[in-house]
Design a protein around this ligand. Structure first.
Ligand code: 5GP
Ligand code: ZN
Length: 113
């Protein structure tokens, strides 16, 4: 989508500190990190949120979650553990309407809602 911030990062119209990139996925550092490691992992395909995915997107989203686990290994937080967060729509606190997985780690994290 042309006016989507994360699509613009995918298309290199906005710079980002990339951690991983392949044909289908992109990972980059969150601009306002909430933990020592805070990476956003997205599919390059514009899907607005988890609530907006179609049944046909299920393999892609499954691969997205596997990619998150591999990136956690890559950046060295897998052994100690980490948190994965998906914010969905208004009550979920979603600000950017392009599905993204927050990968958080590097210290013990608490779960606040
Ligand atoms: P949400 O609240 O939508 O789940 O999270 C969006 C995340 O994107 C926030 O943690 C925010 O800090 C991050 N973010 C917003 N704009 C940018 C940007 O231009 N670049 C990067 N790298 N992260 C961003
Ligand atoms: Zn998008």
């Amino acid at each position: 989508m042309t006016d989507c911030l994360f699509c613009k990062i995918v298309n290199n119209q906005i710079p980002a500190e990339k951690t991983f990139e392949d044909k289908n996925f992109l990972a980059f550092k969150d601009i306002h990190p909430k933990a020592p490691t805070h990476i956003l992992v997205i599919p390059k395909k514009h899907i607005t949120s988890l609530a907006d995915m179609h049944p046909g997107d299920a393999p892609l989203i499954g691969q997205l979650m596997h990619r998150v686990a591999l990136i956690a290994e890559q950046v060295g937080i897998a052994e100690k553990g980490y948190k994965v967060v998906l914010n969905i729509r208004e009550h979920g606190g979603q600000v950017i309407p392009h599905i993204h997985v927050h990968l958080l780690g590097g210290k013990a994290l608490h779960w606040e809602v």
